[in-house]
Design a protein around this ligand. Structure first.
Ligand code: ADP
Length: 434
């Protein structure tokens, strides 16, 4: 209120007693949000004996526009509404601060037709200021007679304004939080949908790759079988061949056999991926399976000048539940790796034992080859991961260990590796004894 206006103040009549503030506190203490403002505006109107009272929040700065959060008219709560501040007495409150127009209101604001409709002549308003010193709204009272007709009017209105500003700021913060939460939820939903669709696309692509591998492997099989078959026929008449041609045909046969092995691996991995591989679990003699595997790789070991050692701490009657063909496939892959990745003169050591105080049988294959860096130990079980094998010209498709891991899972066993670069590798298989 300006100093000039203060001269117009008269002692309170029936309104603005101490009970007004007590009523404000008691009537709004446990209320928040819109309920608070409904109680607040009633107390404000009654305290000043005003016919109209409103509390607003600023919703736009250009143009200056507000929305009421509570509106009191002639003894009842009215509908909330929005309005532009221009040409209204409220504009002075937002622009200059506390404003009092004791009388002649309609003449002072001729463009504000609502003043005529309401039939009011007097206005008293104050801005609501946030803790960041921003004007966030205002409260005002309007009446036919001068509405701030008390020496305490300004003080009382400031107390009301402080309470309303605190609640309006709290309400806005709460709304902002809800908005942020909604925005976050929106983001999470969008991201989830995005990930789901990316996952679906990846699954479709992976399925297509698997189908392609299966089809190609079958397609390659037919001409390869012809190559191997004809090679076989030609070598049957080996006595008619020149020695150098016999050697060449032998190379063709060996390359064909190797290609056949790679195709088998590709078919295996694609069948496993399509969930088409079944294992036939039966009681298997561990020692005899290991001996069979050694017999199958011994020639290869000799060729690489790698020796194979075998120690068994279990008796010949120790059984495990496994699919013997699939277990041999896993074990041969590990043994062959221990041979081909080793250096001439290297050793591959196989031991079998029971893990102390458990029913578990453990087959361990240790080599003294180049070893595997710690950070690559998980990678080698991934499909098509060959680390630096191609640079060393060692053949392979990079799926043997991926197949081994899947097969071990299907058989209810586990596979693992311990290794360090330059210190050899130890692969182990574990099964519950049957
Ligand atoms: P492949 O032998 O066909 O490449 P694997 O899945 O059997 O495929 O092996 C994956 C990779 O793990 C190999 O390419 C090699 O780099 C590494 N690896 C496997 N076994 C050994 C081993 N005993 N010593 C060193 N590296 C090995």
């Amino acid at each position: 209120m300006s100093k000039a206006n203060q001269n117009n103040l008269r002692p309170p009549e029936k309104a603005l007693e101490n009970s007004s503030l007590r009523n404000l506190v008691a009537g709004t203490a446990s209320l928040v949000g819109e309920a608070f403002f409904a109680g607040f505006i009633e107390n404000l109107a009654q305290a000043f004996g005003a016919q109209f009272a409103l509390a607003s929040e600023l919703i736009s700065k250009e143009p200056m526009r507000v929305r009421t959060v509570a509106f009191w008219q002639n003894g009842i709560l009215g509908q909330n509404f929005e309005y532009n501040l221009q040409s209204t007495p409220c504009d002075c409150v937002y622009g200059k601060g506390l404003s009092y127009f004791p009388e002649n209101l309609q003449a002072l604001f001729p463009d504000d037709k609502d003043l005529v409709t309401m039939g009011v002549n007097s206005y008293f308003g104050i801005p609501l200021i946030s803790s960041y010193e921003e004007v966030i709204g205002h409260i005002c009272i309007l009446g036919v007679d001068p509405v701030a007709d008390s020496p305490f009017a300004e003080e009382y209105l400031r107390i009301f304004a402080a309470r309303a500003a605190a609640e309006l700021q709290r309400l806005k913060t709460e709304r902002d939080l809800v908005k942020h939460k909604d925005h976050l939820q929106d983001l999470v939903t969008k991201q989830t949908l995005h990930l789901q669709s990316a996952l679906h696309e990846a699954e479709v692509a992976n399925h297509a790759k698997t189908e392609f591998l299966t089809r190609m492997s079958h397609e390659l099989r037919t001409p390869l079988n012809a190559i191997l078959g004809y090679t076989e026929l030609v070598t049957e008449d080996a006595h008619e061949l020149l020695p150098q041609n016999r050697q060449l045909i032998d190379k063709i046969r060996m390359a064909g056999v190797h290609l056949n092995y790679l195709i088998d691996e590709l078919l295996d991995i694609s069948q496993i991926e399509l969930g088409k591989v079944r294992v036939d679990l039966r009681q298997c003699h561990v020692n005899s399976i290991i001996r069979d595997c050694i017999a199958l790789v011994i020639e290869r070991a000799k060729k690489h000048n790698v020796s194979i050692q075998y120690n068994s701490d279990i008796n010949n009657f120790t059984h495990i539940m496994a699919d013997s063909a699939r277990l041999k496939q896993v074990l041969i892959n590990i043994l062959v790796n221990g041979i081909v990745y080793n250096s001439p003169g290297g050793i591959v050591d196989i031991t079998v034992n029971r893990v102390p105080q458990t029913d578990t049988v453990r087959i361990t294959v240790t080599d003294n080859g180049p070893g595997i860096a710690r950070e690559n130990l998980d990678k080698i079980f991934e499909q098509f991961e060959r680390l630096d094998a191609p640079t060393k010209c060692i053949d392979g498709a990079g799926v043997g260990l991926a197949i081994a891991k899947q097969l071990m899972g299907l058989m209810g066993g586990t596979i693992g590796v311990e290794s360090e670069k330059g210190k050899g590798s130890t692969f182990w298989l574990e099964f519950a004894s049957a």
